[in-house]
Design a protein around this ligand. Structure first.
Ligand SMILES: [Zn+2]
Length: 137
């Protein structure tokens, strides 16, 4: 049993990408949803960062696409020149060049549904309730 568990952990480590958002905290949720949409991954929100996991088990999340999507999003809000997107193994770090962070009003919480068990986020109430059910099976 412990053997197969280790295998699973190794697998996750190789296939997931963590995006460090310390310098762009105020856009973390919007950015995670956008990037996940672009690369067809499942976002999970953490403290100061989000994790992208593959929807299809044997398809790793493409780091190049993740970086491109992050840059597109920063460009769309006019912040691209102010931030560097750095990749480091399975981690992608969004670093403020000037040290200035993005000041932005967070989207109203009511627009998003976040799972209390794993951080899974969706815009759709139905999808949210269907998702939460999997934790009770
Ligand atoms: Zn969940």
């Amino acid at each position: 049993m412990s053997n197969s568990k280790n295998k699973w952990r190794h697998y996750l480590y190789l296939y997931m990408i963590t995006v460090d958002c310390k310098d762009v905290e105020s856009i973390l949720h919007e950015l995670a949803i956008y990037v996940a949409d672009q690369v067809a991954a499942m976002p999970a929100m953490k403290f100061h960062k989000f994790v992208l996991a593959p929807i299809v088990d044997d398809e790793p999340v493409d780091q190049t696409l993740v970086i491109t999507a992050i840059k597109e999003f920063l460009e769309s809000i006019g912040e691209k020149p102010n931030f560097a997107v750095i990749s480091n193994g399975e981690n992608v770090i969004i670093k403020s060049i000037s040290g200035k962070k993005i000041e932005r009003e967070a989207k109203p919480v009511g627009e998003m549904f976040s799972c209390a068990h794993c951080g899974h986020v969706t815009r759709y109430e139905v999808e949210h309730f269907n998702h939460v059910k999997i934790h009770y099976l």
